[in-house]
Design a protein around this ligand. Structure first.
Ligand code: KG4
Ligand code: ZN
Length: 344
């Protein structure tokens, strides 16, 4: 079974091909970082337009990389949502056109689900049920994952997503965009104990699995302003390391609490922020002590890509799930979106 996957939910145009559910034959990502960098964040209108320019050549490159012809394919997978509507629309329209032209079934997937399935490419069939933890530019989501399209949401961010907080703080510190990798690179040269930043909702019984990062972002801003008003220079590496430590502390605590509470000693970490060195390091160590097995994809499969979409679509397709061609891109597609996916 050979499936092509298309990802256009944000600022990466990704096309991947996956054979037998998880053998990756191609994974081409055309990044738009240059388009958005001078604005310090993703500009939705520009993202949609860039996907239009980049998608056809990216599909061609991925097909050539896999050495595949259209006749070899069994299905077209695509991210239906969540994401930027103008960006999603480009991928969904193109996937429908390919499905029609080549008489192939269309399989729509949820973007968060696709992130989690990146783990299957690297580690084999997902050990389900498990706790899945998606930390990305647009999301922080903790859930019980039972199977493709079957999720029980446990908690999410009440304000900024994890990657969004990294990007905003990096901007504030003059580290450029995207901010996550910049903070990740700088933090090891700083002292994570230098500034005591808040760990919001860390042990809050009313919000056991939820996250809040806007207060932390404000605390960083206040710290920077206070230092500057004293005429001193900001110890950027210390601030970056202290900020990162506060984020990671809460992430590790809550993810392992979910595993413990649900008696599921398996954690699937995913999303762009799962590329973070400190999070990978601290979570792996803490999980080891707690007897929890942590799966995390290689770094290049953490950020948005088409192979993870092809993989998630393969599992849905193998489970008999095919999407109708009149499906619409949904910028706030829920995780349990069985409704938009009709069994053939
Ligand atoms: O999953 P992703 O590619 O896109 C979304 O679905 O949102 O995640 C992108 C986010 C950006 O906010 C970026 O700054 C963050 O992931 N990111 C990181 C790292 N690499 C990417 N954050 C922290 N540490 C990293 N190494
Ligand atoms: Zn993503």
């Amino acid at each position: 079974m050979l499936v092509l996957g298309i990802e256009t939910s944000c600022d990466e145009t990704g096309v991947g091909l996956v054979e037998d559910s998880r053998r990756m034959l191609a994974n081409t990502v055309a990044t738009q970082t240059d388009v958005h960098a001078r604005f310090g964040g993703v500009v939705p209108e520009l993202a949609g337009r860039a996907h239009l320019d980049l998608l056809v050549p990216t599909v061609e490159t991925a097909m050539a990389q896999a050495g595949a012809t259209w006749k070899d394919l069994d299905a077209i997978g695509v991210t239906l949502g969540p994401g930027l509507v103008g960006a999603l629309l480009v991928g969904v329209a193109h996937a429908k056109a390919l499905a029609l032209a080549h008489e192939l079934p269309l399989v729509g997937v949820n973007h968060l689900e696709a992130h989690v399935y990146a783990n299957a490419i690297d580690h084999g069939d997902l050990p389900l049920p498990a706790i899945a933890f998606v930390v990305s530019g647009g999301h922080t989501s903790l859930m019980v994952m039972e199977g493709p399209g079957r999720y029980e949401p446990l908690g999410a961010t009440l304000d900024d997503a994890a990657g969004e907080a990294y990007d905003k703080v990096a901007r504030l510190l003059g580290l450029g965009y995207p901010g996550g990798p910049a903070i990740d690179r700088l933090a090891p040269s700083g002292n994570p104990e230098a500034v005591k930043f808040p760990r919001a909702l860390m042990e809050d019984p009313d919000y056991p699995y939820d996250f809040s990062l806007s207060g932390l972002k404000t605390a960083v801003l206040r710290h920077v302003k206070a230092v500057q008003s004293r005429g001193e220079s900001v110890a950027v590496a210390d601030v970056a390391a202290s900020f990162q430590e506060a984020v990671v502390d809460v992430q590790v605590t809550k993810a392992l609490k979910a595993c413990r509470d649900r008696e599921l000693p398996r954690l699937l970490l995913a999303g762009g922020v799962a590329a973070n060195t400190r999070l990978r390091e601290r979570l792996t160590k803490a999980a080891d002590r707690a007897g929890v097995e942590v799966l995390v994809p290689r770094i290049s499969l953490c950020t948005d890509n088409g192979a993870m979409v092809a993989c998630a679509a393969s599992y849905r397709f193998a489970a008999g799930q095919v999407t109708r061609l009149d499906v619409a891109a949904d910028p706030s597609l829920p995780l349990d979106a069985g409704a938009s996916v009709t069994t053939a």
